[in-house]
Design a binder for this molecule. Structure first.
Ligand code: GSH
Length: 212
């Protein structure tokens, strides 16, 4: 049994999708970051950086934070969604890390400066919008050469990237309104992922919990 500590954000949906895809038994514990629950001592004991998601594997006591590490752990626990050796393993991990180091922070800053900041700072919005579009172009090029992001097989790299792309397009309807139309390979990939039962369930994690 796995305890997943999460909230309904792109990073929070990633492990929920993986747990659904891998058909592992898990219990979701909401950490409402809109009410600062990420700073509660019980959660900080699991995630010392006070960010969701966090995870405890009750089978062996393994405690983890950082969504990329959680995805890799779940894949290695089951031997699925990540090759255990060979070049494709490292290509997949490379794209997983690209999401954690690039897409996540850049799309996150775009979301803040374009949608949530009290002050409108055009320079910041322009910087993060330009970088977000550049990252989407990198994704489009990759998906024009490969069925999925890590390789021709669905993997934890797809699971990491998809919730962020969905959120960026929904949250920036004016600036990214033609993001999919301009990127046919990414559009094809998004359509395929959106049909997966595990993706549907994971994307809806905590959907009925209070406001975010
Ligand atoms: N690199 C981390 C990022 C986690 C992260 O930024 N989580 C956000 C939600 S998407 C969070 O907990 N924010 C609360 C805060 O910043 O106080 C990961 O991939 O797990």
């Amino acid at each position: 049994m796995i305890d997943l500590y999460t909230w309904k954000t792109p990073n929070g949906r990633k492990p929920a999708i993986a747990l659904e895809e891998l058909q592992l038994h898990y219990v979701v514990h909401p950490v409402d970051i809109s009410h600062d629950e990420q700073f509660l001592p019980a959660f900080v004991a699991i995630s010392p950086n006070s960010k969701i998601p966090g995870m405890v594997d009750k089978e062996n006591g393994m405690t983890l934070f950082e969504s990329g590490a959680i995805l890799q752990y779940l894949a290695e626990k089951t031997g699925k969604l990540l090759p255990m050796s060979g070049p494709t393993r490292y290509t997949t991990l490379q794209w997983l890390n690209w999401q954690v180091g690039g897409i996540g922070p850049m799309f996150g800053q775009l979301g803040f400066f374009a949608n949530r900041a009290k002050e409108r700072i055009p320079l910041a919005i322009d910087r993060y919008l330009t970088e977000s579009n550049r990252l989407l172009d990198v994704l489009e090029r990759r998906l024009s050469q490969s069925a999925y992001v890590g390789s021709d097989d669905y993997s934890i790299a797809d699971i990491a990237i998809y919730p962020w792309v969905v959120a960026a397009i929904i949250n920036n309807p004016n600036s990214l309104n033609d993001a999919r139309a301009r990127r046919p390979s990414m559009d094809r990939w998004m359509t395929k992922l959106a049909e997966r039962p595990g993706v549907i369930k994971g994307m809806n994690v905590l959907q009925d919990a209070g406001a975010s």
